[in-house]
Design a binder for this molecule. Structure first.
Ligand SMILES: [Fe+2]
Length: 371
């Protein structure tokens, strides 16, 4: 945090704070301050949980407020004798929240701007430093490759479980599939697939998506990957009206087969509180009918079509044929994937990880950074 406190004033309703850098001044209410007290009666430092609810306290007032430790702390003594300490940085972090990934991410509008570091099996299985580097790779570019993995489901599982437990879903946890029309899904047919993110039909789309091609004895089937973050940033810069539509319109999607009918709706782009791009959800195949009125549908076709054309522009895409030995991990909230039609027998395995678990790993990575 760069800014620092310019002025503190106690008022009848709370604590008024003013900043040097032009951050708008705020009045933090006494109720809010007491609610966020880290004293060991209302808060458990061992569990990192509130131990006593603000709603069980009545009529508590501040008795004294002062600066401490060279004005880096604000101390409040309350009418029930509890003492609270607040660092200036605590207020600063709340006034200017930062996204988890924003400081890491580098968009790659074209594949030559994507840097793929090398990670090798089995070092990846045993070295925490390798894992840390891999997470950073995913945080920065949204794509990571582990090379030299035996072409088996078990070895793939061992690689992917380094990133946490696998998400169970309608496909299983570690799925292995080849052409299978019973699944009623184009992914299971030898046809080409336009670039998309997975799970637009899921209320909680998978955070990470991984693939390992265990066998392919035919032609074609090259995969393509495109950075949804770079696409969204380009639309934000070049056509704010389209970008606004992508932020606002909820696009419904489904998976319907095998007695299942799973539905959800998402905007194409979601922002974090600091306006960085938090999530991209895009799958034109799984979109289902919706009607928002003539004008809104016209705006939808314009904005969604803009995204579609950029996502499927070969000039933007990383083209890569998945081969036995290479485990590919994608940030499914950022990087879209697709593939060319193929012939022959093609066996793929892979898995999903939940977003919250990926983000939990990234928070540890963030804490281990030297800053
Ligand atoms: Fe997919």
């Amino acid at each position: 945090m760069q800014h620092s406190l310019k002025k503190m004033e106690t008022q009848a309703e709370g604590l008024y704070l003013e900043w040097h850098d032009g951050t708008p001044p705020e009045l933090f209410s006494w109720q809010w301050l007491r609610d966020h007290s880290l004293d060991n009666v209302t808060y458990s430092p061992k569990n990192f949980q509130r131990e006593k609810s603000i709603f069980d306290l009545g009529g508590i007032k501040p008795r004294a407020v002062e600066f401490a430790r060279a004005q880096s702390l604000i101390e409040i003594e309350w009418s029930d004798g509890i003492k609270s300490e607040f660092s200036i940085g605590f207020f600063e972090s709340l006034l200017a929240p930062k996204s988890l990934l924003g400081e890491f991410q580098k968009g790659w509008p074209t594949a030559d701007q994507l840097e793929l570091l090398e990670f090798r099996y089995p070092t990846f299985l045993t070295s925490d430093e390798e894992l840390r580097r891999f997470l950073e790779q995913l945080a920065v570019f949204g794509v990571g490759l582990v090379e030299g993995c035996p072409a088996t489901a078990d070895a793939t599982r061992a690689v992917l479980e380094r990133l946490g437990y696998l998400r169970n879903s309608i496909w299983g946890d570690l799925w292995t599939f080849e052409n299978n029309e019973e699944f009623n899904d184009f992914a299971y047919m030898p046809v080409g697939l336009a670039c998309h993110t997975d799970g637009t039909y899921s209320i909680d789309p998978p955070g990470l998506q991984s693939f390992h091609c265990l066998l392919h004895d035919g032609e074609g089937g090259a995969s393509c990957f495109v950075d949804g973050l770079a696409i969204a940033e380009e639309i934000r810069a070049q056509n704010p009206a389209h970008f606004q539509t992508l932020l606002e319109l909820q696009i419904p999607a489904h998976y319907k087969a095998r007695g299942l009918e799973i539905r959800a709706q998402h905007t194409v782009v979601q922002l974090d509180r600091d306006q960085t791009i938090r999530q991209v959800c895009f799958n034109d195949n799984d979109r289902i009918p919706f009607w928002l009125g003539f004008e809104a549908m016209a705006e939808f076709y314009e904005a969604y079509g803009h995204f579609y054309r950029l996502a499927n522009d070969p000039a933007r895409q990383l083209q890569l044929k998945l081969t036995p030995g290479t485990v590919l991990v994608l940030d499914n909230w950022r990087v879209l994937h697709g593939r060319q039609p193929f012939s022959g027998r093609r066996v793929l395995c892979g898995a999903y990880h939940n977003r919250e678990d990926f983000e939990s790993l990234l928070r540890q990575l963030d804490q281990s950074r030297d800053r």
